[in-house]
Design a protein around this ligand. Structure first.
Ligand code: SF4
Ligand code: SF4
Length: 381
C-alpha cells in the first residue's frame, strides 16, 4: 500500500515562508488558584510571577508588526490567566489599539481566553463583552465528574464557582465555548457529559483526552475512542449538526473534505502558535516549554523567533517523525498522527506512536460513513 497522497504539502511549504502566526500569552505562567490533578502546566512556568507591562507591550507589538493577516489572534492562557488582574488586560487592549492604529492597515486583533471560570464576576464579564473576547471555559461535565479532579489547593470542589461564572457570562452575553477534559471519571459518560454541556448553553465543545498512563486520572485509548463515539452518537441522534459543534467532529469533517482543519494536532504540521511565558521567554508550543524548543526572548528579532531556526523545524517534525504505521494508516488524512506530545508508545526501529492511536482508529472507523454522508450533503448545497 502507498502512503496517502492527499497530504497538504502546501502546509509544509508554508512553514518556510513568512506565514501568519498567533500568539499564546501566559500572563502568570502556570500559576493557578486551582490544583487540578491532571494539569500539564502547573509544574512548567509557575515560578516567574506576573508578566511585566514591558514584556506585554513587546509581545503585542511583535505580533502586530510582523503579521499581515487581517485578523490576528491572541490566546490568553495559563495556569489561570485572570490572576493577572483586570488592569493588566485593560492595558493589553490599549497596546493592541495603539499598535494596530500605528500600523494603519485595518487589522483586527481577536482575543480568546482559556479560564477555569472561578474568578469571573460582573466586571470581568463586561470587559470580555466590550472587548469581544471569546471565553473558553473549563468544565468537565456534571458536578460528580467535574469535581472528581478539579479541586483547589485545599481540596475544595470548584463546580459551583464555575457555574456561577458561567451564569454571569451568559447574563452578559459573552461568547463562550467549553473545554472538557476526558479523564477516568468520564469513562462511559459521553452522553451524560454532552447533554449536560448542551443544557449549560455550550454550543461549541472541545474534548481533551488526559494522557497520563501512570496516574488514576488518565484515560486509555479505547475508553477515549468509546467516549467520543458516544458523544458522536448523541450529537447525531439529536440532529445537532449545525447547532452544536464538537471540535473533533468538525475537524474530522474538514480534513475529510480536504480543507485545513485549523487545529494543530490534526494537521500535518504544527507550530503556528508559539507561546510567550510570563518572563518573556518564547517557546514553540505550550506543550513543549523546554530547552530544546526554546525560541529566544520576546526582545529578539521576529525573524529569529518566528521565521527561521527552531520553530519551522518544530512544525515540520510533527510530519517527518511520523512512524510508518501512521504513514500507511487509512486515517492519516484525518489524524496526522495526533499531537507529538502524545507520541509516547515505542515501536521497534521507528518513531514512537500516539498513545491514543487505537481510540482514534475506533472513532474514525466509526464516523467515516457519516463523514461521507455529511460531505455529500455539503457539496450538494
Ligand atoms: S506539539 Fe501538539 S499542541 Fe503543540 S503545536 Fe504541535 S500538535 Fe499542537
Ligand atoms: S495515530 Fe493511529 S489512527 Fe492516527 S494516523 Fe497514526 S496509526 Fe492512524
Amino acid at each position: 500500500m502507498e502512503p496517502s497522497k492527499t497530504i497538504h504539502y502546501t502546509q509544509i511549504d508554508r512553514l518556510s515562508s513568512r506565514r501568519p502566526f498567533s500568539l499564546m500569552v501566559k500572563p502568570v505562567g502556570g500559576l493557578c488558584n486551582l490544583d487540578c490533578k491532571y494539569c500539564y502546566y502547573s509544574c512548567v512556568g509557575s515560578s516567574h510571577g506576573k508578566m511585566s507591562l514591558e514584556i506585554l507591550e513587546e509581545a503585542i507589538s511583535k505580533l502586530i508588526q510582523n503579521n499581515d493577516s487581517q485578523e490576528i489572534s491572541i490566546l490568553w492562557h495559563g495556569g489561570e490567566p485572570m490572576l493577572a488582574g483586570l488592569a493588566f488586560f485593560e492595558k493589553a487592549m490599549e497596546f493592541e489599539e495603539f499598535f494596530t492604529n500605528r500600523k494603519g492597515t485595518g487589522q483586527k486583533v481577536s482575543n480568546s481566553i482559556q479560564t477555569n471560570g472561578t474568578l469571573i464576576d460582573d466586571n470581568w464579564a463586561s470587559f470580555f463583552r466590550q472587548n469581544g473576547f471569546f471565553v473558553g471555559l473549563s468544565l468537565d461535565g456534571p458536578k460528580e465528574i467535574h469535581d472528581k479532579f478539579r479541586q483547589d489547593k485545599k481540596g475544595f470542589h470548584s463546580f459551583d464557582k464555575v457555574l456561577r461564572g458561567l451564569e454571569i457570562l451568559k447574563n452578559e452575553r459573552v461568547e463562550f465555548n467549553t473545554l472538557s477534559t476526558v479523564n477516568s471519571a468520564s469513562v462511559g459518560n459521553g452522553p451524560v457529559v454532552y447533554d449536560f454541556l448542551k443544557e449549560m448553553g455550550s454550543k461549541y465543545m472541545q474534548f481533551l483526552p488526559v494522557v497520563a498512563p501512570n496516574d488514576p486520572w488518565g484515560i486509555n485509548a479505547n475508553d477515549y475512542g468509546r467516549f467520543m463515539i458516544e458523544v458522536f452518537d448523541e450529537w447525531w441522534k439529536n440532529q445537532d449538526a449545525g447547532n452544536y459543534y464538537v471540535q473533533l467532529i468538525d475537524i474530522a469533517l474538514a480534513n475529510y473534505m480536504g480543507q485545513e482543519s485549523g487545529l494543530c494536532q490534526f494537521s500535518p504540521v504544527c507550530g503556528d502558535v508559539p507561546v510567550v511565558e510570563s518572563d518573556g521567554m518564547v517557546y514553540a508550543c505550550d506543550h513543549f516549554v523546554n530547552r530544546q524548543n526554546f525560541l529566544g526572548s520576546i526582545y529578539d528579532s521576529a525573524d529569529s523567533l518566528f521565521y527561521s531556526g527552531r520553530l519551522p523545524v518544530f512544525g515540520i517534525d510533527k510530519f517527518s517523525r511520523l512512524p510508518k504505521r501512521c504513514k500507511f494508516c487509512n486515517h492519516l488524512n484525518l489524524c496526522y498522527g495526533g499531537c507529538p506530545e502524545h507520541r509516547i508508545v515505542p515501536l521497534e526501529n521507528d518513531f514512537e506512536i500516539n498513545f491514543l492511536c487505537e481510540g482514534y482508529r475506533d472513532f474514525f472507523d466509526y464516523i467515516k460513513p457519516y463523514l461521507k454522508q455529511m460531505s455529500n450533503h455539503i457539496n450538494n448545497l
